[in-house]
Structure formats: structure tokens, C-alpha cells
Design a protein around this ligand. Structure first.
Ligand code: CFN
Ligand code: HCA
Length: 534
């Protein structure tokens, strides 16, 4: 690690030697060798054309990521069948029907746009698809997601949604999330957040119980949400909704009645957290459910937020009980994996969230980056969220707070944040860089070429990858774990999830399989040798 720090310039030159000067200048802005605090990184900008990026599109972020996991909605993709199939078959958000309710997650609905629809317009086909879905399934609600061609030909999906909603009496939400919008999935998250906030949250006023919370930015990949909610209900919380893993439309509509939002993936859902705070005065806490220490800290922060002695005591009891069950598994993995290194390149939050868990099994993350994180996901947000709590009840009288224009909330001046955090369970958003060691590498929008070079130069034992890069990493003789779908394993969140992860990673790294592969840089060049007789 310190080697990288000493030779940072040389390392970056080696990494980028093949690039034309302009591309090199651009890419260097997206790379930081960690040193102290306050470093900046370029992020959320357009990928260099021609570079093989891992990023997805706006439609993937809206339909695939945020809207798709709502279980009792029929999600119609207005576009080519390939787009529909991709956003249905890749991401592994699980869900179950509620008692007497519906679950459409196993279905893939699409208008299957053809050339003739592009020429003559696809609105009629879309209306027909909605009619068919209502007739066959009588769903609670329907979503329509637009893919690229829809925007190009100008089908008015909002008008179709309005008309068909009146006609059928079913709630229909339309998302203008054409793939080409924005620079990555990120624009799609924002579009999805805006519509959920405008049309769903706040429309169900059913009473909720004591200690009620929402989980935001948790999508039940591999059953994560089920493990997290198991622990939360054991402690005594009433989970009103999770956005959007394993959620139902009515539960999301009820979110504003909760006491607190706990945000895991800030990138995909910070907009809703901020809007709920603004509109309904609900605070949010940044949490991390991955790894024993992170999960325990999040649970303690939630309990401290409510400030109830019983809840605080029960939290400690549950943590102790759960940790006792898994600690041997983690310790045994740590013994075998201690000193190994990891590269994490995932979406917009997991490259941060998994570092603690990896550390708990002895693995240090030396390179981390996001596909589509924004600068705050790397550098943190310097102003903590609004705080509605009464200062007196939390012993923070000395803190000077500024009144916001909304009189239910207060904004804390940045220079008071550390002082305040000692007293308050407010987890501000630290971002990925803060907890990484000096000398580690942070790299945004990593591409396939740089992936190969990083593995060749730094030779990590673990690569946390996506679908597109997983197998190039394997072919280089390095274990890679697909951090989006967990390679169809999981759950990895919470306490039991941490044990599952430890077992899988231990087996993955220690399998003798890697010794049968010769990495490309150890192979003889194909054209080496003399050609006789020439
Ligand atoms: S489940 Fe989330 S945690 S929502 Fe986001 S930023 Fe993607 S689909 Mo893939 S695994 Fe990934 Fe994150 Fe948030 Fe998933 S790291 S890329 S858009 N993501
Ligand atoms: C998406 C979904 C994705 C894709 C994973 C990958 C997922 O953003 O389109 O391409 O490696 O988690 O399934 O992130």
C-alpha cells in the first residue's frame, strides 16, 4: 500500500500509458491516491466515448433498480423485448406477496416494440398491453417505463397513463426514463424517486405502530432485506416500508407516517429521503447493514435516535445474541484470509459498504470505485441532515443552530457537526474516501482496460465485480465475486449475511482452481521464437 503511495505518479502513468493525451488528462481527474482528508474526485460525468465502461443506462436505474422491486405492481416496459428482459433477468431483487396480495416479480411485461411501432407510433400497443394486464391480473398498480426509442419517436406515455388509469381505475405511473438520458443509471434513480414522491408517498394514512421506521435504499438483493428486517423486528421496530426491496405500493404510500428513515444506499434514494424530510419533517439517518460492526453501529444509532432506554438495552441484547452465533465463522475466515487484498468496483454504494465486512475477515481494500457515484458518494456531504429533535432533550444546548426557512427543522453549521455528533445519533454521510487507508486508490467509472492493468500491477486476491467484468477477472486467475447478484448466493447483509459472505469468500479465494489458470502476463508471447529458413 505505501508502495502505491510512494509511486503514485508512476503507477498512474503505467495504468494510463496507452491513452491519448486528452483521454489521459480526463481519466486522471477520476483517480485519487488517498492522502489525508479533503481530496476531490471527478465523478458523474460522461464516459469517454469508445471506452468499455461497466455503467448502465437511465432506464436500468429507474425500472431495473428502483421501480422493479415493488412486488404488487405490473411493470410494463414500453420498448424492445431485449431491454425488458435485461432489466428483469439481471438484478436479483427478491419479493413475496403479502397475505391475500399479489407478486408479479416473476413476470416480464413488455410491449415488444417492432420497427412498425417506431414508424407509426407505439401508443396504441401500450394501451392494449395495459388492457391485457388489467384483464389478466387485476393488479393494484402498473408502471410504464420508456426505453430509448419511445423518447425518440415521442410516444406520450404520461397521457396514456392518465387515460388508461381513468378507464380501468388502476393506478398507473409512467416513467420517462429513456436509456440515453443522463450519463448512467443515476438519472433513472432520480426520475423514479420524483414520481414515487409525487404520486405514491403520502397517499395512505393508515396508522403505524410505535418505533416505526422505513428503510430506504435497500433492494432485497439475495434476501438482504429479510435478514435486516428479522433483526429489526426482534429488537422491536415496526418496519412500515422498505424502498423499494420487497415493497408494496400501499406500504410505500404509508411511508410518511413513520418516525424515521434509515438510508442505506444514499445514491439511489437520497432524493426521497430529502423530500420526505422537507415535506413531512421526518429525519433520516445514514446506515450500513453490511458487516458486523457497521450493522451494529446502525442499530445503535437508530435506538439512540428514539432515545428509549428499553430499546437501547434490547438492541445490545440482540447484538450480543446474534454476534455470538456468527463470530466463530468470521474468525475462522479471518485466520485463513488475513493480509489478503481486495479491489471493489460496484455501482454507487457497495464499494463503500463492503469494506468493513472484508476487513472483518482480514481483507484490506486497496482499490475502490463507483460506476456512477456522484462526488458526495466519494467525498461525503459536509452538512448533516436536518434535525427536528428538541435540543434540550438531547443535551446540546451549547450548540448554536441556524433556523431554516421551514420552522420545523434546523440546519447545523458545518463546524459544529463533530461536536454535535458526540451527543446525537446522527450519522452524516461520510462517503467512500474517508474510511480508506492512505495510499489506497479511488477510481471512478473504471473501464475494462484499467481493470486488467490494476489486476496485473496490484494482484489482489479478491475482486468485487459486476456482470461484465467478472469473467475477465477469473480468466486472469483472480477470484471475483459478483457484488450485484452475489453470484446467486446471499443474503450478505446483517449478522447471518456476514457469516454467509465469510464462508463464500473463504471458499472462493482458497479454492485450488486459481492455480490451474495462468494469467496472461505469465504466458509466453505467441510470436516468440525463431522462424527457421528465413
Ligand atoms: S442494489 Fe443498489 S446499492 S441501488 Fe444501485 S447504487 Fe445498482 S443494481 Mo447493481 S448492485 Fe449496485 Fe448500488 Fe444503490 Fe444494485 S452498488 S449497481 S444502481 N446498486
Ligand atoms: C443495473 C443493474 C445491475 C447490473 C449489474 C452489472 C445489477 O444497474 O443495470 O451490470 O454488473 O445489479 O444487476 O447493477
Amino acid at each position: 500500500m505505501s508502495e502505491l503511495k510512494k509511486n503514485a505518479d508512476k503507477f498512474l502513468d503505467d495504468l494510463m500509458e496507452v491513452y491519448p493525451a486528452k483521454v489521459m488528462k480526463n481519466r486522471k481527474k477520476h483517480v485519487v491516491v488517498k492522502e489525508g482528508a479533503g481530496q476531490e474526485i471527478a465523478a458523474n460525468t460522461r464516459t469517454v466515448p469508445g471506452i468499455i465502461t461497466n455503467r448502465g443506462c437511465c432506464y436500468a436505474g429507474c425500472k431495473g433498480v428502483v421501480i422493479g422491486p415493488i412486488v404488487d405492481m405490473v411493470h410494463i416496459v414500453h420498448g424492445p423485448v431485449g431491454c425488458a428482459y435485461y432489466a428483469w433477468g439481471t438484478r436479483r431483487n427478491k419479493g413475496k406477496a403479502r397475505e391475500g396480495g399479489q407478486n408479479f416479480l416473476n413476470y416480464c411485461f413488455t410491449t415488444d416494440m417492432q420497427e412498425s411501432d417506431i414508424v407509426f407510433g407505439g401508443e396504441k400497443k401500450l394501451k392494449k398491453a395495459i388492457e391485457e394486464a388489467v384483464e389478466l391480473f387485476q393488479p393494484k398498480a402498473i408502471s410504464i417505463s420508456a426505453t430509448c426509442p419511445v423518447g425518440l419517436i415521442g410516444d406520450d406515455i404520461d397521457a396514456v397513463a392518465r387515460e388508461m388509469s381513468e378507464k380501468t381505475g388502476v393506478k398507473i405511473l409512467s416513467f420517462n426514463c429513456e436509456g440515453y438520458k443522463g450519463v448512467s443509471q443515476s438519472a433513472g434513480h432520480h426520475i423514479a424517486n420524483n414520481k414515487l414522491m409525487k404520486e405514491v408517498v403520502g397517499t395512505n394514512d393508515s396508522p403505524v405502530g410505535k418505533f416505526s421506521i422505513n428503510l430506504l435504499g435497500e433492494y432485497n438483493i439475495g434476501g438482504d432485506e429479510w435478514e435486516i428486517s428479522r433483526v429489526l423486528s426482534k429488537i422491536g421496530y415496526n418496519l412500515v416500508t422498505t424502498m423499494t426491496g420487497n415493497s408494496t405500493i400501499d406500504e410505500i404510500a404509508n411511508a410518511h407516517k413513520s418516525d424515521l428513515n434509515v438510508v442505506q444506499c444514499h445514491r439511489s434514494i437520497n432524493y426521497i429521503a430529502d423530500m420526505i424530510e422537507e415535506k413531512y419533517g421526518l429525519n433520516w439517518l445514514k446506515g450500513n447493514f453490511i458487516g458486523v460492526e457497521n450493522f451494529s453501529k446502525t442499530l445503535r444509532n437508530i435506538a439512540r435516535y428514539f432515545g428509549d432506554e428499553g430499546l437501547i438495552a434490547r438492541t445490545e441484547e440482540v447484538i450480543a445474541e446474534e454476534v455470538a452465533e456468527i463470530k466463530d465463522t468470521l474468525n475462522s475466515a479471518k485466520e485463513k484470509l488475513n493480509g489478503k487484498t481486495a479491489v471493489l468496483y460496484v455501482g454507487g454504494s457497495r464499494a463503500d459498504h463492503y469494506q468493513g465486512l472484508l476487513r472483518e475477515i482480514g481483507i484490506e481494500t486497496i482499490v475502490a470505485g463507483y460506476e456512477f457515484g456522484h462526488r458526495d458518494d466519494y467525498e461525503g456531504r459536509d452538512v448533516i441532515p436536518y434535525i427536528k429533535l428538541d435540543a434540550d432533550t438531547r443535551n446540546i444546548e451549547e450548540i448554536t443552530v441556524e433556523k431554516d426557512e421551514k420552522n420545523y427543522s434546523l440546519r447545523i453549521p458545518a463546524d459544529k457537526v463533530d461536536e454535535l455528533k458526540k451527543e446525537m445519533p446522527i450519522a452524516d454521510y461520510e462517503g467512500l474516501m474517508k474510511n480508506m487507508a492512505d495510499g489506497s486508490l479511488i477510481i471512478d467509472d473504471l473501464n475494462h482496460y484499467e481493470t486488467e492493468k490494476i489486476i496485473e500491477i496490484l494482484k489482489p486476491e479478491f475482486f468485487g465485480s459486476g456482470i461484465k467484468d467478472k469473467y475477465i477477472v477469473h480468466k486472469m486467475g483472480t477470484y471475483s465475486k459478483q457484488m450485484h447478484s452475489y453470484d446467486y448466493a446471499g443474503p450478505y447483509a446483517g449478522f447471518k449475511g456476514a457469516a454467509n459472505f465469510a464462508k463464500d469468500v473463504e471458499a472462493g479465494i482458497l479454492t485450488p482452481a486459481w492455480s490451474y489458470l495462468t494469467p496472461p502476463w505469465n504466458k509466453e508471447p505467441l510470436l516468440k521464437g525463431k522462424v527457421e529458413g528465413v
